[in-house]
Structure formats: C-alpha cells, structure tokens
Design a protein around this ligand. Structure first.
Ligand code: O9T
Length: 704
C-alpha cells in the first residue's frame, strides 16, 4: 500500500514524536547458565543498583480497573450507558528513558509503566482496615510489573499475563488521550495526530479499550468511536506459529475485564453483520472469521480483534506477508485486501556494525567515508572493492582479529581452545524446535562420523548459543544434547582440532555483539514458512558472515540482494513444506533409506552422547521419527549436508570467500531499520521525514 488518503501528511516541517510504551518489569529475561549440560535460570534483578537513565514521572499516574462488574444506567439524554464498578484498581506510574537519535538533536521517549498499589493513596484503608492485609494486597497488585514471561513464540495463557497486557494497554491509552486533549477540544483529529502501531497481538486489547474510553469516559457514539479507533490502529503480525497465537478464554476475560469483553462482543456482532453482507449465505466463513472461537471453552481470537480494529495489517518479510494473505488471514485478505502490506524487518547499523565491529567499521569508513552510518545503501560502494586483492586481504585481517577475540571469550567461558583457521559456524538464537538446532547437531555428528571413518574435513568450530524457555522440555533437551555431543567430540583425539562444538552460556545481546563480528558462517535453517523474518540473518551478513539457510523469512530477500552465488541455500521451499505435509510426511523413509542418517539417530537414541543416562535422548529421536514432526528435520537433512559441503569447499578458497563476504556486506543496505521505520512512517502513519539539525557541539551545550 503506498498511500493513506485518510491521513493528512505532515508538512515539510512537521515532526513525528515517537514513543514506545512497555512495562517496567522488575525482572527482565532470565540469566542462563549451563551446569553439566543442563540450563539453569536465575533472575536478572536489573534495577538493584538503580538506573541512572530513567526519569520517574510520579505525576503521570493512571488508574487501571480490574474485576468488578458492569452496571447499566440511563443518562440525561435517555441513552443507555455502561459503568464498570466495584473494581480493584491498580495505578500505573510512568518511567521515561530518553532514546537519543544518532547525531540529529532529537530524542524520543521510551515510557515504561510500573504497577503501584492504590493502597498508597487510600489512607482510610490503613486507618480503619487491617494494616497487614493492606500491605499484602499492595504486594499482590504490584506483582503486575514484577516479571517478564520468559516464553518466546508461545502464548502462556496465564491470568497474570492477561493482567499485564491490559494494564499496559489501558495506561498507555489514557496517557495518549490526555496528551491529545491538552491540544484539542474534540476527537475529530485524533487519527491524524495519533498513530498506534500494535506490536503483535500482545497489546490488542487496546482496540476494545480505546472504544471503552471513547464511549464510557468521553461520551462518544459507537459509530464515531469505531471510525476513530480503526483509523488510529495498525497491526504488525510477528509469527504464524499456532503455538504463539493468543486465544484468551471468554470466562477469564469476563472475570478480569468484564466491560472490555462486552465491547469485544459488540464489535463482533457488528463485524459479523458486515461479513454476512459481504459474503451472503456463508455460515462457515462467519464461524472462521468470528472474533470468538466456539468450542468446549469459548475463546477470543486476539489476532482477529487486531485485524478488525486496524486500517493496516503487515507481515515482517515479503514471504511472511504472502503467507498471511494466502493462509493464516486469507478470509480477512479477501474482505479487506487494501489493509495488507509488507514491512521487511531491519537492524540498526549503529549497533550491529559501528558499535560491535570497530575494526570492520574503520576499514569501511576508510574507503567509503562515514555516510553508511546513517545511509546504509552507501555500502554498495564496496562492490568494486571486492575485486581489489589488497582490500580483500585487509578484510580477512579484520575477520581474523575478531575471531581471536571470540576465541578468548570461548576459552574463558568453556575452557576450550579453538583453531583460528577453522570455519566459525554459528547458530545463535532462542532454542526452538522450528529453528532446528537439531538439524545442525545431526550435521555435526555427520562430520564427526566422517572423521572417525578416516576422512578429513575442513576444520570447523560450531558455535551454539541461545536460551530455552524454562518450561520448554524439548528445547532444554536439545541444549543437553549439544553439550553431550560437545563432550564426546571435543575430547576425542581422533577429532583433534578439526572439529569443536561450543555451547556458550548466557546468550543475549551483549554476547551476540562478540559472536557476530567473528562469524564465518551463519546458520538460518528454520523450516521454510516458519520464521516470520529473522534479524540474526541480517546482523551476521552485515558483519561479513555468509548465510547457510532455507528459503524462509527475510532469507529470501537477502538472496535477492546478494545473489545466489553469495549465499548457501538448501531445503524445501514453503510451498514444498505445505505440499509435503498435505501428502503425509514419512520420516521413517529417510531413517530406513539413508544408512548414514540412521547411524546418527541410533547413536543419539542409544546413549552415545549420554553415557551416564543411556535413554536420555530417546525423546529427541521420537520427535524426529514421528510422522507429525511439524519441523520435518529429516526431510531437509540430505540437502543440508550437501550444502554444508559446498560451503566448506568454498571456504578453502580464501579469495573467493572474501569476495562473497564483501559482497554480502555491500548488499545489506535494504536491511537497515532506517529503511523499515521510514516505510512504516510514510506508508502506514502518513508522516514524512522532517529536517533535523546536527547535534549541538559541546560549546553549544555549555551555553545551555
Ligand atoms: C514453553 C514453550 C513451549 C515455548 C515455546 C514453542 C513452536 C514450541 C512449550 C512449553 C513451554 C514453544 O513451546 O511447554 O515455554 O516457550 C513455540 C513454537 C513450538 C513452533
């Protein structure tokens, strides 16, 4: 979609104030340690020593209602109105963190909400009530912002999680409305002045909540409120994995946020009327598109709420958007084709090259100047340098120095020494079955068996890092398997220094900043059709690693940019995956038909990598051999091994490899988040760039 005719574009000197909202969790994502191959989680109490960057805003304080019931009354105009009463309120207090732009004299705001008990403000309670009970209650309400749910790509479905989502959404909307009202007497200009981008469905209760605030608090009609709401919201989908789709039970919403549920029902009634007019006599379609999923337990489909309440729905890569249109949201695409659009994710070159890879940054800036820092397309200037032998030698020196640094980190965290001339083959990302760390492990065992059979291999250091959600059994078992394989391989004199398997603990952004600049090969091997975009793929390529990957997510667009001779692509396409599942996947065919594969699986199942507990990895083998394996690991094995061989051969030619590496970096311009944000701004929010001044020089600062 190129235009939003309903939005008046800001003038040449218009200004986009962007604000990110979230929850000020006391405990963010857990720390992760490996004890004898087992992941152990500990809490990250990040505020323990204070936080100098945040500014508390005790005056930005809003009540958020929970529980209670809805009463109806007739107002002075004889209209029936609703009132949500007998609620247990929680206060949301703002903490602001300024987010400075890069040398552009602009700072945006990250506003995070902390839950505070209303008891602090209710002296009566302390004077007349039970003091200890009062303090207990205070604790209970303040648990809302205590801890981040550690799952990734899965819906926890817990009452506390629902309370977090509603708390966040209600506080944010009250804040936005108050700010708007300071400058305007009516809400007529609301969608022109405010654009709200729903980052996944986690904040999708914002749709009924904004309706509630407009109607119950500000007295707007349904029709007026609905027009403003749908012109304000836009929704970004981030995954098609069924595990991740949010479906809140109606009974839970009824108890926790009864007025919000009523509004969802009202939206649904009108929406289904519209569907029936659009597609007459199609009861099945009504059932499929309804915001309410019928069944033993009725549930609200939060993605449907987000789509119906928004004027824009986007995926985060072109392939992902195609899957939204053709599969997951096909019914909605038929009804609202103009809403669907693609916004390929990007990454910031300020962190993922300039900051994390100073050596490569200096080399590039030395040849191209520093324009790439704010205009990544300028990296195209590296294309001719790929043919310059002296430049390629400098390029290799930078990678070698970065590999030395990472080798020191590996030695310190794991005690293992690695060969600097080996392929640094890295898979660093959350542990997930769909990301198929298991496929990588099968290949490692294949290389090991090859060595044991007397063959030589191109020396390799296979690096794994990533957290498993604490309750995700299979992901944690894969960590144990990687550790088990590492123990065998790393201590086998036959393998010597040809093959090392490294599992680095406590993966997070800080560790990624050390691994990515040192990588030769980047593993992006999710089953096609499962990874919405991926951004690790972009980070590695921007630092000169070559990708070995499937035609999934943004890998497809990276291939388009860098050309097929500069990336290692293997495996089924998303269409082939769909067709393969339709026909019926038969993993045993591969097990029985490929002796090499059978041997690997039998080693895993038979305890070769778990001497102390022979049956430990039986569930891994079961997951690979069951016909329902949604990740079809065995189907891609042969193609993957073949592709790895091509990669290893290519690595034996340093000049050719350097040329590919340089050309990868040269063609990463499209994957700057600057391009992504500009597309959201122009195509969804209807705003144009405004000129910004340079940052004030230090002398200017002294004057203010
Ligand atoms: C968890 C998770 C889980 C999780 C993610 C998941 C696909 C599985 C299962 C658990 C506990 C997933 O499964 O029992 O925390 O965080 C996500 C996506 C499969 C495709």
């Amino acid at each position: 979609m190129g235009r939003c005719p309903w939005k008046r574009r800001a003038g040449a000197f218009g200004c986009l104030l962007s604000r990110f909202h979230g929850i000020r969790y006391e405990y963010g994502i857990f720390f992760h340690h490996i004890r004898e191959g087992i992941q152990v989680e500990t809490p990250d109490n990040w505020l323990r020593y204070g936080n100098v960057w945040e500014i508390p805003r005790p005056e930005r304080l809003y009540p958020v209602k929970f529980y209670g019931r809805v009463a109806q009354f007739v107002d002075e105009h004889q209209a029936t109105r609703s009132e949500w009463i007998e609620t247990e309120d929680v206060m949301a207090m703002a903490y602001d963190t300024p987010v400075p732009g890069y040398a552009n004299s602009t700072a945006n705001t990250l506003r995070l909400w902390a839950a505070k008990s209303t008891r602090d403000f209710d002296l009566d309670y302390f004077n007349h009530g039970d003091y200890v009970r009062a303090v207990e209650d205070k604790d209970k309400t303040e648990t809302i912002s205590k801890v981040l749910y550690p799952n990734d790509n899965v819906s926890a479905g817990k009452e506390l999680r629902l309370r977090q989502e509603y708390f966040f959404v209600s506080a944010t909307l009250q804040d936005i409305l108050l700010r708007y009202q300071k400058a305007h007497d009516t809400f007529d200009l609301f969608p022109e002045k405010v654009a709200i981008q729903l980052n996944d469905t986690h904040p999708s209760l914002a749709v009924p909540e904004l309706m509630r605030l407009f109607i119950d608090q500000h007295g707007l009609s349904w029709e007026k409120a609905w027009g403003l709401t749908t012109q304000t919201f836009a929704y970004t989908n981030h995954t098609v994995l069924p595990e991740a789709l949010e479906h809140w039970p109606v009974s839970l919403l009824e108890r926790v946020v009864p007025r919000v549920l009523q509004i969802i029902y009202d939206i649904n009634q009108r929406f289904l009327g519209e569907v029936a007019r659009h597609f007459p006599r199609n009861v099945e379609r009504l059932g499929r598109m309804s915001l309410i999923e019928e069944g033993e337990e009725k549930r609200v489909r939060m993605a449907h709420v987000a789509i119906v309440g928004s004027h824009s729905v986007n995926g985060v890569s072109d392939l992902h958007t195609k899957i939204l249109k053709e599969e997951l949201f096909h019914d909605f695409f038929e009804m609202y084709p103009e809403r669907f659009n693609s916004k390929t994710n990007g990454i910031t070159q300020r962190r993922w090259l300039l900051l994390c890879n100073p050596r490569l940054s200096r080399l590039i800036t030395g040849r191209l100047g520093e324009g790439w820092v704010t205009d990544l397309e300028q990296l195209k200037g590296l294309v001719p340098l790929a043919e310059d032998a002296a430049f390629r030698a400098r390029w290799r020196q930078v990678k070698a120095a970065n590999k030395r640094d990472l080798a020191a980190v590996i030695l310190k965290t794991t005690g293992i020494e690695v060969r600097l001339d080996s392929i640094f083959d890295c898979q660093v990302k959350r542990m997930h079955e769909y990301k198929r760390q298991l496929l990588n492990v099968l290949h490692v065992i294949h290389l090991y068996n090859s060595i044991k059979a007397g063959n030589s291999i191109v020396p390799r250091t296979v690096v794994f890092a990533g957290k498993a959600a604490p309750g995700y059994f299979m992901a944690k078992l894969v960590i144990r398997l990687i550790h088990g394989v590492a123990e065998r391989v790393n201590h086998d004199p036959d393998a010597g220094d040809l093959l090392k398997v490294i599992l680095i603990p406590n993966y997070g952004v800080s560790l990624a900043e050390k691994i990515i600049p040192a990588a030769d090969l980047s593993e992006q091997i999710s089953i096609a059709g499962s990874e919405a975009s991926g951004t690790g793929n972009m980070k590695f390529a921007l630092n000169g690693a070559l990708i070995i990957g499937t035609l999934d997510g943004a890998n497809v667009e990276i291939l388009e940019q860098v050309g097929e001779e500069n990336i290692f692509i293997f495996g089924m396409t998303a269409e082939e995956v769909r067709e393969g599942k339709r026909r019926g996947y038969q993993p045993r065919q591969y097990y029985e038909g490929v002796p090499e594969l059978r041997k690997i699986i039998d080693m895993i199942g038979g305890g070769y990598f778990s001497a102390a507990q022979l049956g430990l990895f039986e569930p891994v083998v079961d997951s690979l051999l069951r016909a329902e394996d949604p990740y079809m690991v065995l189907a891609d094995f042969a193609s993957y091994v073949d592709c790895q061989k091509r990669a290893a051969l290519a690595y034996l030619d340093p000049e050719g490899w350097s040329r590919k590496s340089i050309l990868n970096v040269a063609h990463m311009g499209r994957f700057s988040s600057d391009r992504t944000v500009a597309e959201y701004a122009r195509e969804i929010w209807g705003v144009n760039p405004a000129p910004v001044g340079p940052s004030p020089a230090p002398t200017d600062l002294r004057r203010v």
